[in-house]
Design a protein around this ligand. Structure first.
Ligand code: FRU
Length: 520
């Protein structure tokens, strides 16, 4: 077996993107400490995957797996992590190297936002589910740190949440941060034949070190997964929602955050994966709240919850207009607002004829609210105000009249936002062009918003506000005060260009504002 005398913090593995994977095992003496499925890049890797082995400094580790000698010979030790693709989206988080899906363990603690995520450090496709980790003071600039949970003999590390134990109910100390996650068995050799179980891990040093504490909930359905935990104040108890199978979910209850018993099994037609159950005031009225049972593709049910049982009071609705955003989770502990962050299922980009080293983005964090009208309750989401704080320049034009064709601003290569407000009762079309031929069109006669390949119907005949957040790779659209949300991918090489407006028929614009984001 090839041996490594650990002298530096990181091991670099040469990998081939999307190649055939085989299991790689790493041992400390007789103890297996890692298993990853790896496509070897040998002496011509697409990139290097890094693994922090600081905990074994001064020791000798052994590697095994059916790999060519050239793979083992090209494993290196380095003091830092390798660099990824030179350019990534600037407003939307992506890890520098590897595949990312769902946000996990979202939490605000001691003035910082912490975001873990489903992560494959060894490829730009799904696998080896590990909890990657990043933190941020403002939800916009994220610092990527080393992963905090790696696959083990119980399985790979599937999605889960964070909870801050302010009462020390679990006994790990006041304000211990608890991470609940799914150990997804039967992913790889190590956990072969095992089902999915729910586990607890704890950090008491603000997230730097995370210790696994073992299983807290045994299997209910073989692939049950994605625990999300909150406190229910009126009934003074903790609850967990979990995805079971098909459209079935469960609510569990605990008094100590460690022992959980099921209080409800519920079928929510249309819903699957990554549940969340949270409370929001109706139209901002704190004395009138509703609970929302949320699932991965934004299918949500509004109803009531007594700490044990959720009762839907309205048919399902969807918060997203297309399938790119997925698996959003709310942030635990952010004062005075409920923040949501989705994973954006973007395609693998190429830059200069080469695949990028990242795959998958997070959406810009948004604040959730709930409104009620004659059609029922509706979730709305609007980008966090922190985004406004990084505006470096803006141009506003008011009262653009029908027939106008104008350049309203010219931007350098930086992310920007276009905000526009239209009066009610229009029948013509408005188009806004930007970057390399990208266009957003609002067709008021059809009640259709068109952004690249994405089409979003909207209720015509009323005032309409739109916000387009334009970054590298993606554009997010928030419209009608956040009731409509969609994401469009693009491959423009630069965001520089003129912002052009053309108004046809009777269309007028009350105002249009272009805000350019900087790095401040
Ligand atoms: C949703 C999901 C979760 C699961 C995770 C695995 O995208 O399938 O249900 O925990 O991804 O990566």
């Amino acid at each position: 077996m090839p041996q490594i005398d650990v002298q530096k913090q990181y091991l670099w593995f040469p990998v081939r993107q999307g190649g055939e994977r085989k299991p790689l095992f790493i041992y400390d003496g007789d103890t297996r400490i890692f298993e990853f499925a790896v496509a070897p890049g040998n002496d011509a890797p697409d990139f290097y995957a890094a693994l922090n082995i600081n905990d074994w400094m001064g020791k000798t580790l052994a590697l095994s797996g059916e790999f060519p000698d050239a793979f083992f010979e090209n494993i290196r030790q380095e003091d830092q992590k390798p660099a990824g693709t030179s350019r990534r989206p600037r407003l939307h988080f992506a890890p520098e190297i590897g595949w990312m899906n769902d946000p996990n363990g979202l939490v605000y603690q001691d003035g910082e936002y912490h975001m873990c995520f489903q992560y494959n450090p060894f490829d730009t496709e799904w696998g080896n589910m590990t909890w990657g980790y990043a933190k941020s003071a403002d939800l916009i600039h994220w610092q990527e740190l080393d992963p905090v949970l790696y696959p083990d003999e119980t399985g790979t590390m599937f999605s889960g949440c964070a909870y801050i134990d302010r009462e020390n109910a679990a006994g790990f100390g006041k304000d211990a941060r608890l991470y609940y996650y799914t150990a997804a068995g039967n992913n790889g050799e190590w956990s072969k034949g095992k089902p999915s179980t729910q586990h607890l891990a704890v950090t008491t040093d603000g997230g730097r070190t995370v210790e696994k504490k073992g299983m807290v909930l045994d299997t209910v359905e073989r692939d049950n997964r994605d625990p999300k935990v909150y406190y229910h104040a009126p009934s003074k108890g903790y609850f967990m929602v979990l995805f079971l199978v098909d459209n079935d979910f469960a609510v569990f209850r605990s008094e100590n955050l460690k022992d959980w018993s099921m209080t409800q099994r519920i079928t929510l037609p249309g819903a699957a994966e990554c549940p969340d159950l949270f409370e929001l005031p109706v139209d901002g009225d704190q004395s009138n709240t509703k609970w929302i049972y949320w699932s991965a593709d934004s299918c949500y049910y509004v109803g009531s919850f007594d700490g044990y049982t959720f009762t839907p009071e309205q048919e399902k609705r969807y918060a997203y207009c297309n399938k790119i955003a997925y698996a959003a989770q709310t942030v635990y502990g952010a004062p005075d607002r409920l923040i949501t962050i989705p994973w954006l299922r973007t395609g693998q980009r190429e830059l200069n004829g080469k695949k990028t080293t990242y795959h998958g983005l997070m959406g810009v964090p948004a604040v959730l609210s709930l409104t009620k009208d004659e059609t029922g309750y509706r979730l709305r989401q609007n980008p966090v105000e922190e985004l406004d704080r990084i505006i470096t320049s803006s141009v506003e034009r008011k009262n653009l009249l029908s027939g106008c064709e104008e350049t309203v601003a010219a931007v350098e290569d930086a992310p920007f936002e276009i905000k526009a407000s239209f009066p009610a009762g229009l029948t013509g079309t408005a188009s806004i062009g930007f970057a390399e031929g990208l266009t957003a069109t609002v067709d008021f006669a059809k009640g259709l918003f068109q952004l690249g390949k994405e089409e979003v119907p909207f209720g015509a005949n009323k005032e309409l506000d739109i916000r387009l957040i334009v970054d590298d790779d993606v554009i997010e659209l928030f419209a009608d005060n956040g009731a409509l949300y969609t994401v469009c991918e693009h491959t423009a090489n630069t965001l520089a260009g003129e912002i052009r407006v053309a108004l046809e028929g009777d269309v007028k614009l009350d105002s249009i504002t272009v805000c350019v984001f900087g790095n401040n």
